[in-house]
Design a protein. Structure first.
Lengths: 235, 476
């Protein structure tokens, strides 16, 4: 589970806070999609959870541990897939997975590593190929495999489907559902309204660092999300 | 440290084309430096051997001439006759003081291109003749000497900087840092592991090449293990300093370009600017009399002795009344007595200048000894010189022993010359045998720069780790 309690972050030299008194809880097995335009505070929220940005006030809590006071322990429970998953081009997919897993303290046999990659949707013939020749979608899959191998309890995603073709995007959604079924709490920052509506259990619309709306899956089914989004932006 | 993670970092390094290129360059440069050092060592050995052979030949020739003159019952002027102490000592004898170079000096030329290892010791003067073969020509000095110490002091830091300047910033710019930091990693162990791998690769390769080079040039067998280990220890500590500096610069969170510029500037400052400034300060604070001053004083002394010869001789006879009757009988002073008097008087007048010269040099050296702690490059270079017997201390010991040998020669021959004694004990003439400083004294002296380099490196690393821990969130 991840929790944000009155999270506030203001960058030096800016008039308005990037994130202002944000409260949110994402339960295990829940996928929460965070919508909002550029500068709404989505990435800052993720960075506070990752421990890359220190909040001015409030708390970011992962699996009951405060990110500010237990940075290493919270990182052990976290996985993160940015918009562009950057890996080591001179290593193969399986080598990248083995390396990042060992950094996280997990050592797997070759067969286990291959299983993670296959579960993440990477074709077997790509396991041994150098990552420098991978497409963006294939890199995303290695990123998912790293999250699977880490047995992360919380997954943070930042624009994960940006730049993916519809087929790859659909495949990615399938993987997210798999992770959700494993009781992983997922927070996904995205611009993709279609994907958010299709995949998320709840959707939040951020504006000026605050959550302007939170919609459940049931509410989403009866809401024109695009209209609500545009109305919120122009309010 | 986790050995598997260490192995992964090695794999990273192995796939880095820059590491291969720089490693190859290090191999070429080190082998060239060792070959260059071996060539210089061979020249030194030849100069020493030639000098000793020439000295032996002169004695053998003198013996043969003495036998020939005896056989032919011929008389020869005492000033040239090898059967007289005067003739042998002044005309035939060529006594060389030689300092056999250490095998380890293949690694460091040090001061050996300024001070020859073979000096002709004359009876008539304390100023030792210099054999041309022992001293490098000025052009070569301008170019600097390309030896293993040069590779360590100047090139090794550049290699280490090239391999470590972007250990963290490179990951950030490549976009892999967030993923790295999320795997239960703070930046500190990651940076430490990367730098350790870079350091072990560079130093391991260098040490291997140097030992192989010493073996190939036949110098390994004669190298003292303690000195060799200490030499490599200083090289390691010096490399550790540069890695620590790279870690420190990395910990500030700058871009790769910024890190590269800062580290390159530090290299320039530490290896080029600081030693030059220290040298200038030492010469400014304790200016030594120039060689020209010494020559002018020597000429003035000679001229004055020539003008005041009668008065000086009178004073000399007061000190040596046993020589006065002979002079009165001949109605003219014995040339040998005049020479002896001139030598003593010249030495008396030059002694303060020499002392001042030596004193100022000693002060300069003492100041440099203190200021060298400002520049790790100077620390390492002086330690390398010391350990290979090419440092100032070793040459000072050598010069002191040459002076003692000169005194021993004069003490042996002068009474015989003044007494106009016949001479046949060619094999009993005092010979010079250089006694090097004991190794433990050299090692004790080298321990200071070694300890200082390690201490500076440790301080920088501790400071850097604090910075890395404090700034880790911002690094991503």
């Amino acid at each position: 589970m991840l929790t944000l309690q009155n999270l506030t972050k203001r960058y030096p030299g800016t008039a308005a806070p990037a994130v202002s008194a944000l409260n949110l809880t994402v339960a295990p097995g829940e996928l929460f999609a965070l919508l909002g335009p550029n500068g709404a505070g989505k990435t800052t929220t993720l960075n506070c959870l990752l421990g890359f940005v220190a909040p001015d006030s409030g708390r970011a809590v992962i699996d009951g541990l405060d990110v500010a006071t237990e940075p290493l322990e919270t990182k052990r429970r976290l996985a993160y897939i940015p918009e562009q998953v950057n890996l080591y081009g001179h290593f193969s997919g399986i080598e990248n997975l083995a390396y990042f897993s060992e950094l996280a303290g997990h050592r797997y046999a070759d067969a286990e590593l291959r299983r993670f990659l296959t579960d993440a949707g990477l074709q077997a013939d790509a396991h041994e190929r150098r990552v420098s020749g991978y497409s963006k979608g294939m890199r995303q899959k290695v990123g998912i495999a790293i999250a699977l191998a880490k047995h992360a309890k919380v997954l943070l995603l930042d624009e994960p489907t940006s730049g993916l073709d519809p087929s790859a995007s659909h495949e990615f959604s399938r993987l997210l559902r798999q992770l959700r079924d494993r009781d992983v709490a997922i927070l996904m920052a995205t611009h993709d309204l279609f994907r958010a509506k299709a995949d998320a259990d709840r959707v939040g619309i951020m504006r000026h660092g605050r959550l302007a709306h939170i919609l459940t899956a049931e509410e989403l089914a009866h809401t024109d999300l695009e209209k609500l989004y545009l109305e919120t932006m122009h309010a | 440290m986790n050995s598997r993670l260490f192995a992964w970092e090695l794999r990273h390094l192995r796939s880095d084309l820059t590491a291969w290129l720089l490693g190859g360059l290090l191999v070429v440069m080190t082998l060239f430096a060792v070959a260059n050092g071996a060539h210089h060592l061979r020249l030194q050995h030849e100069a020493v051997a030639d000098s000793l052979a020439l000295a032996d030949k002169r004695i053998a020739d003198a013996k043969a001439l003495a036998q020939k003159l005896d056989a032919e019952k011929r008389e020869e002027s005492p000033s040239r006759d090898p059967r007289f102490a005067q003739g042998f000592a002044h005309f035939h004898l060529q006594s060389y003081a030689t300092k056999p170079p250490l095998g380890l000096s293949v690694l460091t030329k040090g001061q050996s291109d300024l001070y020859p290892n073979a000096n002709l010791v004359a009876l008539s003067s304390r100023d030792f003749s210099v054999r041309g073969e022992g001293v490098d020509n000025p052009q070569r000095l301008l170019l600097g000497h390309f030896d293993a110490a040069f590779v360590v002091v100047y090139l090794l830091p550049l290699l280490l900087i090239a391999l470590s300047y972007n250990v963290l910033s490179g990951e950030r710019e490549r976009g892999t840092l967030p993923l790295l930091l999320l795997q239960h990693q703070s930046p500190a162990p990651l940076v430490a592991r990367r730098c350790l791998v870079a350091g072990l690769f560079s130093f391991g390769l260098l040490a291997l090449l140097l030992v192989a080079g010493l073996y190939a040039t036949g110098s390994l067998a004669s190298a003292e293990v303690g000195r060799l280990v200490a030499w490599l220890g200083v090289a390691f500590a010096y490399g550790a300093f540069w890695l620590a500096l790279a870690v420190f610069v990395t910990s500030r969170g700058g871009s790769s370009a910024t890190n590269a510029v800062v580290l390159a500037s530090a290299w320039l400052l530490v290896t080029i600017v600081a030693p030059a400034v220290i040298n200038v300060i030492a010469k400014r604070v304790y200016p030594a009399p120039s060689r020209m001053d010494f020559i002018v004083a020597q000429r003035a002394a000679t001229d004055e002795i020539s003008h005041r010869r009668s008065a000086l001789l009178a004073a000399y006879f007061e000190d040596h009344p046993e020589l006065a009757p002979e002079a009165a009988k001949r109605n003219a002073p014995d040339p040998q007595v005049v020479a002896q008097m001139s030598y003593q008087e010249t030495e008396r007048r030059l002694a303060p200048i020499r002392a001042r010269f030596a004193e100022q040099l000693a002060r300069q050296q003492a100041l440099i000894e203190q200021l060298r702690f400002v520049s790790p490059a100077l620390l390492a270079q002086t330690a390398f010189n010391d350990l290979t017997g090419t440092g100032l201390a070793s040459y000072e010991t050598y010069r002191t022993q040459i002076g003692a040998h000169h005194d021993a020669l004069r003490a042996y021959f002068q009474p015989k010359i003044l007494a106009k004694e016949k001479f046949a004990k060619y094999d009993e003439v005092p010979r010079f045998a250089f006694v090097d400083e004991p190794t433990h004294a050299v090692l004790a002296r080298a321990a200071w720069p070694l300890g200082a380099l390690l201490a500076i490196s440790a301080l920088i690393v501790v400071r850097s780790i604090r910075s890395l821990r404090r700034s880790s969130p911002a690094l991503a």
